[in-house]
Design a protein around this ligand. Structure first.
Ligand code: F6P
Length: 471
């Protein structure tokens, strides 16, 4: 089997015992262990010197190769084009776009640097798998260096409709860069269709529907397989952790602090795409419209700060601090704090215990590629007495998790009604919904996601085969 080379902005540690808990890191690492391989990306360090200092660490058959970034590159590539243009654009927040030619050039420069540093590490038979919006042009830069390896790209965010995408002046260059890959993967059929619509309407390319196998795109002189590969979690591992996690000190202390009240939980990076102000408003509506719940429920929102150097992230943090203070100021009593708002992160095990304790999992992004918290919350429930997932229709997960209570996060009263419905749902209905969701999560877990993508990439004809076919 061909060696796998994974490229992403952030790279997980490979040393034994330092493995990250995240499902993606675990799944990709498992694939790398199987085939041997390289994980290449940014070290996470910004330096005063120029970008590009390469650090290579090996553990068995896996090589971790990372480069440092200069402050200027970090600012223009990561804070700038990736997180102030592509992130808001891909999450349908055109009003937050902050485009400049300077950050676009910085994005291209860092992508070219990734290709320059990666190319000497590649063997002719390697499969290259690039991840996420930070690195769309890496494949095209590698092709320009003459590399003919099978190359795949997976987008971890939504792909927007063409009329949204064209708001960025460099949309054509981005889509052309996508077509340098052999396989491009999206979370949902809807993202896939948005991509295909752009190809058809804006590039003069063609789209051939292949049923479950996705679509064959012909554009910019290349043939690309485009397909939805919904990312998932390590369902078995998560369920096992949750069974233990209910007995941790943290879970026990949480339960004690609730003194019999029902817990509503939200866990999100502190990001404007997650719909947290709207979620807080929905919680207020719940307490306004269902006064019998006052003193009977607690809402715990965990929101570790993220991308703090980007101004919009600092702004949402301030907005939420004010909103949390307002809600507690209005409703709290001497023995009850309705909203617990925590700007910190917790271990996967602690979270699993919190999820298992919570009667409602509140996952209400305004737009999200997939949202794995929705899947984790379900996998952590006690099947005999499961909680209820309240899920935004704008999360990629909603396309699969039909047995959740699906809501529109812009409709605060509708979300409040769904929470109330979840809190009062009969045990039998809760069990039925949970069992159906779990059956899906067991069938389509993170291993299946990775295997389907790698199999699609492995099925791409090699350059030599393509030449033979033409001859
Ligand atoms: O899923 C989207 C994503 O941007 C990942 O690529 C990334 O690792 C994660 O969110 C966290 O964001 P950041 O790397 O900017 O902290």
């Amino acid at each position: 089997m061909a060696r796998l080379v994974v490229v992403s902005n952030r790279v997980a540690p490979i040393e034994e015992g330092k493995q990250q808990a995240g499902g993606l890191a675990v799944a990709v690492m498992a694939a790398l262990k199987k085939t041997g391989g390289v994980w290449f990306g940014w070290s996470g360090e910004t330096v005063d010197a120029d970008s590009g200092e390469l650090t290579i660490a090996r553990a068995g058959a896996i090589t971790r190769a990372t480069i440092d970034l200069s402050r200027r590159d970090y600012d223009e590539y990561y804070n700038g084009f990736a997180n102030s243009v592509l992130w808001p654009l891909f999450h349908y927040r055109i009003g937050l776009l902050s485009f400049s030619r300077r950050t676009w050039e910085g994005y291209l420069r860092v992508n070219a640097l990734f290709a320059e540093k990666l190319a000497p590490l590649l063997r002719g038979s390697d499969m290259v798998w690039v991840h996420d919006y930070h690195l769309i042009p890496v494949g095209e830069r590698l092709r320009e260096r003459g590399l003919e390896n099978p190359m795949g790209f997976f987008l971890h965010t939504p792909w927007p409709a063409p009329e949204v995408l064209i708001a960025v002046p460099t949309h054509a260059a981005l889509v052309k860069a996508m077509c340098a890959y052999d396989v491009v993967g999206f979370h949902t059929e809807s993202d896939l269709h948005s991509f295909a619509n752009y190809i058809r309407d804006e590039t003069g390319g063609t789209v051939e529907h292949l049923g479950e196998e996705g679509m064959r795109i012909r554009a910019y002189g290349r043939t690309v397989l485009a397909r939805a590969f919904p990312i998932s979690i390590d369902t078995g591992a998560m369920t096992a952790v949750a069974q233990q996690a209910g007995r941790t000190v943290a879970a026990r202390r949480l339960r004690e602090s609730l003194v019999g009240r029902d817990l509503i939980i939200g866990v999100d990076r502190l990001d404007y795409s997650k719909g947290l102000p709207q979620r807080f408003e929905a919680f207020q509506c719940l307490l306004d419209n269902y006064p019998e719940l006052r003193g009977k429920v607690s809402f715990m929102q965990i929101a570790p700060p993220s991308r703090s150097d980007v101004p919009e992230y600092a702004a949402i943090r301030r907005e939420l601090e004010a909103a949390a203070g307002h809600i507690n100021g209005r409703f709290a009593d001497f023995d009850w704090v309705p909203l617990r708002y925590l700007n910190k992160s917790f271990s996967q095990k602690a979270l699993a215990g919190f999820f298992r304790t919570a009667r409602i999992g509140l996952v209400t992004p305004l737009r999200d590629g997939m949202n794995l918290v929705a899947k984790e919350y379900v996998a952590c429930q006690d099947p005999d007495d499961p909680g209820v997932l309240v899920l935004s229709r704008f999360a990629g997960a909603a396309a699969e998790m039909r047995e959740a209570l699906i809501v529109n996060p812009f409709d605060a009263e509708g979300v409040a009604d769904a929470i109330q419905r979840g809190l009062t749902m009969r045990l039998e209905e809760r069990r039925e919904r949970h069992a159906a969701l779990m059956a899906h999560l067991r069938r389509w877990d993170i291993v299946r996601w990775r295997e389907e993508f790698v199999a699609a990439l492995a099925s791409v004809p090699t350059a030599a085969e393509r030449r033979r076919n033409i001859a």
